[in-house]
Design a protein around this ligand. Structure first.
Ligand code: SF4
Length: 301
């Protein structure tokens, strides 16, 4: 294949993958929703879960997005320094978003600030958002896709706490957000918490936390313990699916962190909704691929 042919193939696969993730929820989220439905005693809450599964069935049958808000497309890229299309990848992902918007179709959500014009194709200044990690001496490329809906982006929040606020302050920050804004995000929620030295690193880590599977745990035992404490506390509020009450309100709580300054605790929280449209696909240097989020995605196989 020429570089141009490879570029076209990767654009086509990524457009198809983005579209597929808009229609089909990730396997771990479907499985977690089944667990929550089966464990729910409240009849009204169970009926909400039943509606969610009917929604998923119809989306799949009709090939339509699982929610009308197909979000803004974001990518986290872990790209090997020797991946053949590393220099073209930014343009490829840009074109893939335009193609997915037209073909899936996705709702055009990208609005240029100040001009206040919807670009009509989900791209624009800094959109799609790309967060890069370059992996030295590697030929593969791992791409996380995320369709960030308006309702689930709305409660996102970040601030820098005084060091004396401690981990109680982090918990208070998260619970304040849960009890004030989280109904906008269509529970049950995946809650991503970032802890760092400054506001922007905490915010980015909270979003990356949403890319971890539901049910995964931070490898640090104390962080994992805090994930469990927050999950139990949020469930105890009784928000339930779609905020109508129930025994569970979260798909999980994922914490990611980086070393902080001795005088600060930067903390941020991001939310994923019940239609948590996250995907993960990894390419080898010949553009063969595997995905660990969507076993049903078989483009060209
Ligand atoms: S929060 Fe999620 S499920 Fe609710 S409207 Fe937004 S994208 Fe759709």
């Amino acid at each position: 294949m020429t570089v141009e042919e490879k570029k076209n193939r990767l654009t086509d696969i990524m457009a198809a993958f983005i579209g597929y993730t808009a229609v089909h929820l990730p396997d771990d989220i479907v499985s977690k929703l089944e667990d929550l439905r089966d464990a729910e005693d409240d009849p009204a809450a169970r009926s909400i879960y039943d509606m969610m599964f009917e929604n998923m069935r119809l989306a799949s049958q009709l090939g339509r997005p699982s929610c009308q808000d197909t979000g803004l497309v974001q990518f986290k890229i872990e790209c090997g320094s020797r991946f053949p299309l590393i220099h073209q990848l930014k343009d490829i992902l840009h074109d893939a978003v335009i193609k997915a918007t037209a073909e899936t179709p996705l709702r055009p959500n990208a609005v240029e600030p100040f001009d206040e014009i919807n670009t009509g194709n989900n791209t624009g200044t800094g959109a799609p958002a790309l967060f890069w990690d370059i992996v030295p001496d590697d030929e593969s490329c791992s791409i996380y896709t995320y369709l960030a809906g308006g309702g689930c982006s709305l409660p996102g929040h970040a601030m820098v706490l005084m060091p004396g606020d401690g981990y109680e302050g982090v918990a208070r920050f998260v619970m304040d957000r849960i009890t004030s804004y989280c109904l906008n995000a269509c529970p049950p929620l995946l809650v991503g918490v970032g802890i760092a030295g400054s506001i922007e690193t905490a915010a980015l880590l909270s979003k990356h936390a949403l890319l971890r599977p539901a049910g995964s745990h931070n490898p640090n035992k104390k962080a994992a313990e805090m994930e469990k404490l927050l999950e139990d506390s949020i469930n105890a509020v009784g928000i339930g699916p779609q905020g109508l009450g129930g025994s569970s309100s979260v798909l999980g709580v994922n914490i990611e962190y980086s070393a902080r300054h001795t005088a600060t605790i930067g903390v941020a929280v991001s939310f994923g909704c019940w239609t948590h449209r996250r995907g993960h696909i990894t390419f080898d240097s010949d553009l063969g691929f595997i995905t660990d989020t969507h076993a049903g995605f078989t483009y060209g196989l």
